[in-house]
Design a protein around this ligand. Structure first.
Ligand SMILES: [Zn+2]
Length: 571
């Protein structure tokens, strides 16, 4: 039987309800705010609001958690007694209104500790910053920089802007509790904006990936690309794992990049020496699907999986979460029956066309240069397309190279002729101010210049000239030393076209020193470890997060991860 959803309103908050698993009740209070709303100087502020909701402490006999992903913040609860749902939601609303200024410092420390154990966004972050720059989805590439300087006034203002009845939705899988109240302040709906990619040539590739191959793909939120990815994953698993034994796991991680588009992070773990062959298999499988489409049996399997997922015990939760996101973004809700009908309409030709469109959006991340990739696409640019003109050219303390050109418009770091990294002041996303005098100037396109006073003749004056041009609100004082400055390169040095050598070490888009290399981490929150399962499913329902879904679904279907859940629960 397919889950049905009824809609209601409580205290100005839309409430979606469906039947859950008999005897259990789950709910999520969702707000339309997440990491992608955060400019770099306030990175982490939504996570801070989420942690501070209970003043850092909430004990209960029922299961609860909260998480922040790209566009949404969720407060989740699950219990056998509907009264617990009401009690928890009331505590959340009251916690969002309370003054937690006294514990902000302690909670900031906890958040930074959590971030350190979680690690960074790795190559996924690199690909997102390559596509979107240091804004919107690209901010996932950066740590929660704002945690270092946020005041309680900042947190309270953020909360007042986003955590309102008009920007919230509640879903319940189970019974509606008696006397349920959602005392939140009034405020407008704030649908997610469109994510605007930087102008660029696609497909393209990056190097520096660890552990295998990955590809970032962007598609509109429709069923043909979803079906294409479903078939692609199955074909790749067959070819890479079962036929050739090159891969342990082919993964698909789906993230809502804006209300109309999904980003898929396709991964295949591969031993370093097997990368050339695996890349060939991956890309040629892609090409075959784009050319010939899928077989009828593959489409039938796809349709069956969609149907079964809606009918599974996790179906209501996934449907509710999908519809909740639609409500938050002012989009129509889609029923399970309609999704199944749309999935059934996908033809082999639709699927082939969608595969081609995915290909045309592709950013491949490989450990190193591979002929199979180089033969099909170019490298994403390692340098800015242009340099500042007419400024003052500064030389290093020793030698003639690199140079730093500073004008009234911006800064260009030039490692060698034609190898520029440029940041315009007007486009700066942040200036990191380290306690040893170094600065990192991050441009809106993600290109970053590290300014070290010790590197340049009259360096202190040069650096202060640049920093004086950056608005105060973009400056982030960090109580730690800046990144190491590399020894100047010989002017005749051949930077090379291969691998990481083509990135100037003092100026890079990826700002490696900020990154900690790990796997995929879309949900930067207390739920990080639960980002498993239901990924293809998630994109059908249009979900990106999948962690809260996976969480609640797993709790509903048998508390498979209850132990993990408890260990991870915020205290
Ligand atoms: Zn957390």
């Amino acid at each position: 039987m397919l889950p049905l959803v009824e809609q209601d309103v409580i205290d100005g908050v839309p409430v979606l309800r469906s039947t859950g698993v008999a005897g259990r009740h789950a709910a999520a209070l969702m707000f339309r705010v997440g990491q992608f709303d955060e400019a770099l100087p306030v990175r982490g502020i939504t996570h801070a609001v989420e942690h501070l909701t209970f003043g850092g402490h909430h004990e209960a006999h029922y299961e609860f958690n909260a998480g922040v992903d790209g566009w949404y913040t969720r407060y989740l609860v699950e219990s056998g007694d509907p009264a617990d749902i009401a009690a928890y939601l009331r505590a959340v609303c009251e916690g969002l209104a309370a003054d937690h200024g006294a514990i902000l410092d302690r909670e900031r420390r906890i958040l930074r500790t959590e971030a350190a154990s979680r690690g960074g966004a790795g190559m996924l972050g690199s690909c997102l910053v390559e596509r979107y720059g240091a804004r919107g989805p690209g901010v996932l590439n950066y740590p929660e920089l704002g945690l270092e300087r946020l005041t309680w006034a900042d947190v309270a203002a953020w909360r007042a802007r986003w955590f309102t009845a008009g920007n919230a939705v509640l879903w319940i899988a189970g019974d509606r509790p008696d006397g349920l109240r959602l005392p939140l302040p009034d405020g407008p709906a704030r649908p997610a904006p469109a994510a605007v990619p930087l102008p660029a040539t696609r497909p393209a590739y990056l190097t520096g990936a660890k552990g295998g191959l990955a590809a970032g793909l962007v598609a509109d939120r429709s069923f043909p690309p979803h079906a294409a990815q479903d078939v692609l994953k199955r074909r790749l698993t067959q070819a890479l794992r079962h036929d050739r034994g090159l891969t342990y796991d082919v993964g698909l991680g789906v993230q809502e990049i804006d209300p109309d588009h999904l980003h898929t992070w396709l991964t295949a773990d591969v031993l370093p020496e097997q990368v050339p062959m695996a890349a060939h298999v991956l890309l040629s499988t892609f090409e075959t699907l784009a050319t010939a489409g899928a077989q009828e049996a593959e489409l039938a399997d796809y349709r069956r999986r969609i149907q079964e997922r809606y009918e599974s015990p996790a179906g209501p939760v996934a449907l509710l979460d999908h519809q909740a996101r639609a409500v938050l973004n002012g989009r129509p809700r889609r029923s399970a029956a309609e999704s199944i009908r749309l999935a059934a309409e996908v033809t082999s030709a639709d699927l082939a066309k969608a595969t081609q469109s995915l290909w045309d959006s592709m950013l491949v991340a490989a450990p190193y240069d591979v002929p199979a990739i180089q033969g099909r696409m170019g490298r994403a640019p390692s340098f800015s397309a242009r340099a500042i003109t007419g400024g003052k050219v500064h030389k290093p303390v020793a030698g003639d190279s690199p140079t730093l050109t500073v004008s009234d418009q911006g800064v260009t770091f030039t490692r060698a002729p034609g190898e520029h990294v440029t940041v315009d002041y007007a486009d700066a996303a942040a200036l990191l101010s380290f306690n040893d005098g170094k600065r990192s100037l991050i441009g809106g396109d993600g290109f970053t210049i590290v300014l070290d006073p010790a590197q340049w003749k009259n360096g202190a004056a040069v650096v202060s000239t640049v920093t004086a041009r950056i608005p105060e609100g973009l400056v982030l004082p960090l109580d730690r030393p800046g990144p190491a400055t590399p020894a100047p390169q010989p002017a005749a040095g051949q930077p090379g076209k291969s691998g990481s050598a083509s990135q100037p070490a003092a100026a890079t888009r990826k700002d490696r020193l900020l990154r900690i290399v790990t796997g995929q981490t879309f949900l930067v929150a207390c739920l990080g470890v639960l980002l498993v399962g239901g990924v293809v499913w998630a994109s059908v329902s249009g979900s990106q997060g999948s962690a809260p879904l996976g969480l609640v679904a797993a709790v509903l279907v048998g508390r498979l991860i209850a132990r993990n859940f408890r260990r991870r629960r915020r205290r």
